[in-house]
Design a protein around this ligand. Structure first.
Ligand code: ADE
Ligand code: ZN
Length: 343
């Protein structure tokens, strides 16, 4: 029997089970929580209202955004702050029928301000445990190295996180891409691999296809974050398709950071046509104007995605996750049952 969600793409997206694989937890810091934490911790912020914060979120490139994003993170000091931040994200995610999320965090943004690694990681893990118990959302943690800093700092960060490595799924690479190629972090990624950690990296967001090649060949990534500029290199696209490399694409981020001029020109339809393993994600939802379902919805309306394409990307999100094979199979079956019931 078919149910009436089939009639409406927005309702179809609202109920579609999905995983989110590209989410910076610091990028889910909503202005309201920023003010609450600033008050609680006695931290000065250069804004006098929530509206003034939102008005400042007008970016012309990645660096514009990163400057504001790192400044906003200054209100995060205690493990309770990190737990509150994480739980607030999971509440929004659960409302978007996210069943599983693999969240990035940037430890250097905090440890370089004197916040102990234990406060950051124990707080995030507490938020993740609460989300699983109270909301039924499972999660994994991915430690990102800031690529504008040097490789020695990345090694020191990995070492400082050692007591928690059994609760960290993998390492990632983020921050200012151009001028900081993956090759700069080849040895620390190799070390992460020997420690049994998964490896992901932002590549081809603003950087050229050569950076995507380096992420594959030198960092041995298990998954690629963004990957948009791969589309400029036909052989690379064929390779990504053949290797079934998962791409964590972030449409509203791409729009806000001027990676695309208009969502109508977003490469997702062409990526799908060329057999790429695309997933849709929110990146930094508090800064880019939408959580994961907003990304599905706004892209679907802009480029005319079908329910079959939306279902495929939701299945890809579980397939490309770091869940066990049994959990992947169960979650994919859930997506298929949902799509069947929608008619
Ligand atoms: N850190 C947070 N969001 C990011 C993005 N979109 N690219 C690179 N680094 C980031
Ligand atoms: Zn990102």
């Amino acid at each position: 029997m078919s149910i009436d969600i089939g009639a409406d793409i927005d309702a179809f997206i609202a109920g579609l089970p999905k995983a989110e694989l590209h989410l910076h937890i610091e990028g889910s810091l909503e202005p309201e929580l920023m003010f609450e934490l600033a008050r609680r911790n006695g931290v000065e912020i250069p804004f006098d209202s929530v509206e003034a914060v939102r008005a400042a979120y007008d970016f012309s490139n990645l660096q514009d955004f990163l400057d504001i994003y790192y400044a906003g993170a200054a209100v995060l000091l205690t493990r309770r702050d990190f737990e509150d931040l994480a739980f607030a994200y999971f509440q929004r995610a659960a409302a978007d029928t996210v069943r599983h999320a693999e969240i990035f965090f940037d430890p250097q943004t905090h440890t370089d301000r004197g916040v102990a690694m234990a406060e950051v990681i124990e707080g995030l893990l507490a938020g993740m445990a609460r989300a699983e118990a109270e909301l039924g959302v499972t999660s994994r943690l991915i430690l990102c190295f800031l690529r504008h800093l040097d490789e020695a700092a990345a090694f020191a960060t990995l070492e400082a996180a050692e007591p928690w490595l059994d609760r960290i799924a993998g390492v990632g690479l983020d921050s200012s891409e151009v001028g900081h190629p993956p090759s700069k972090f080849q040895r620390v990624f190799e070390r992460a691999g020997t420690l049994g950690l998964k490896r992901v990296a932002h590549a081809g967001e603003e950087g050229p296809p050569a950076y995507v090649h380096e992420a594959l060949d030198l960092l041995h990534i298990d998954r690629m974050d963004h990957g948009n500029r791969s589309m400029e290199d036909e052989a690379l696209v064929q390779r990504l398709a053949a290797e079934r490399m998962t791409l964590t694409v972030c449409p509203l981020s791409n729009l806000k950071l001027c990676v695309v001029d208009d969502l109508k020109d977003h490469p997702v339809p062409e990526m799908l046509r060329q057999g790429l393993h695309v997933t849709l994600n929110s990146d930094d939802p508090a800064y880019f104007g939408g959580y994961v379902n907003d990304n599905y919805r706004e892209l679907a309306h802009a480029v005319g995605l079908t329910r079959q394409q939306l279902t495929q990307m939701a299945k890809n999100s579980f397939e490309g996750s770091f869940l066990s094979e049994a959990d992947k199979t169960a979650r994919i079956a859930e997506v298929e049952a949902y799509a069947r019931a929608a008619g």
